[in-house]
Design a protein around this ligand. Sequence first.
Ligand code: NDP
Length: 246
Amino acid sequence: MDLDLTGRVAVITGASSGIGEATARTLAAHGAQVLLLARRLDRIAAIQQEIAAAGGIALAVECDVTDPAGLNRASVAARELGRADILVNNAGVMLISPFEAGHVREWHQMLDVNLRGVFDTTNAFLDALTDGGGDIVNVSSVAGRQTGPGAAAYCATKWGLNGWSDALRKELLHRGVRVGLVEPGAVATELTDHITHDEARERAKRELETEQTLDPQDIADAILFMVSRPAHAAVNEMLVRPATQA
Ligand code: NDP
């Protein structure tokens, strides 16, 4: 099976940790030049150096996906590498809490990052992607297919992402752009660290500690498979759960 990405330029949002970091390292290890985007510049700069030390090519750009100026900086930087032809919309936040707790700002933050950020990032790279074809991979969640109490707003963003992603797939399939959706189950990352609702955070962390989890690399491997398929084959959707997750 050919997993070679030599000559391709991949843009990864949320590349500073977890799934995004593993994806950036994996795509780079398979020959892609990678543009690392995140707010924590120190972390993506360190990852850039490690990729370069291993013989790869990477650029790190501080970019909040809700900030048009950051997205503009990112698309300019991508041109330094060539034409961006892989976009991994991975940046996301999971600030879960019971709806009745009324964490309005966090609902809005999830909408801004998990949905609006994905639209705006895709828009920023769309000309490059349609100019010769490429891949968009949207990192959704098992929470985009099922719901759970305490996760209403997060689920809404991921269900929304799934619908948007499939509609975009149909729009772009005649432009040579494949749009794929990856839906991870529980992955051991720092995602739960940012939950501010004490009970929700402790429950989420307990689940991560006591249940089987995926490694970020499992999702990076799924993304690598998706973007390395020959041009005639589109992997539209991959739902990847820990083997024991119901
Ligand atoms: P992490 O918290 O490790 O990674 C989240 C990434 O998103 C970070 O790199 C963070 O970078 C970035 N990010 C957050 N807000 C912004 C913003 N405003 N602008 C730019 N980047 C931002 O968690 P994961 O790796 O687990 O999460 C990655 C994706 O996977 C998310 O979309 C999440 O919903 C999804 N997912 C995760 C699951 C899991 O169990 N871990 C399960 C299902 C889906 P920085 O803070 O530096 O900006």
